[in-house]
Design a protein around this ligand. Sequence first.
Ligand code: G3H
Ligand code: ZN
Length: 285
Amino acid sequence: MLVTGKEILAHADEHGYAVGAFNINNMEIIQAIAKAAEDLQAPVILQASQGAIKYAGIDYVAALGKLVAERTAVPIALHLDHGTDFEEIIKCIRYGFSSVMIDASKYPLEENIARTKDIVRIAHSVGVSVEAELGKIGGTEDQVHVSDAEVTYTDPEEARIFVEETGIDSLAIAVGTAHGIYKGEPKVDLDRIAEIDAAVSVPLVLHGSSGVPYDTLRNAVARGIRKINIDTDIRATFARTVGAFTKEHPEEIDPRKILGPAREAMSETVKEKIQVFGSNGKAWK
Ligand code: G3H
Ligand code: ZN
């Protein structure tokens, strides 16, 4: 069933777990996530980046996302990830996304607040939830690139002001994670998560969570993280499985035989994450 981002994160907050937010790029990935969520009875967020929407077409992404949400017996939110473009965000709302992210984190605080407020006013008027970002998360996620020198951790007091002034439903924070593949082990500022959680009233979101040690993720959840974004680890499973299959069966040309094992393997990757986040068995009717 399709639910809003606000609804799904309110439940996570009430019960002390984090919802997995998994990036979608094609039908197999969407089905893999839905199967994992249904098998483990976990609420889940399907999120598409602007790049994924450009690749597949917004009508395809929205239709597939809504179909799978209707067919799967767990709460599912359909969310725009890292929306940097006003028109793209409005288009997602128009196509039935139940949640959007406005990422104006590259702008100074006042401009981030102003751009975020514009989206909140429009999205809330039609019942769509809004995530926004404060601070700068490192690495590359499709069109969003932040170099090591540009990384800026979220300040708890600024976060309080940002949440109060914008009226957002969830806040993405920069606390040491980065998008993409890590070179060394990421150092996550767990104390900062707790400080931000104490300062703001909305659920917190951790981006760049692929490759972060599971103990660190569990500790982040204990300190208030309620949405955990995973993209890279699903991509890696996809590439590894397809690569291994085609190497072993170079004569195979049936896309179903090539992509089927990848769909199963991605579902296992998602299941593993769901168990770490503590969202298994948390689905409601
Ligand atoms: O917005 C998406 C995520 O933050 C994914 O990050 O690719 O490092 O898992 P990741
Ligand atoms: Zn992200």
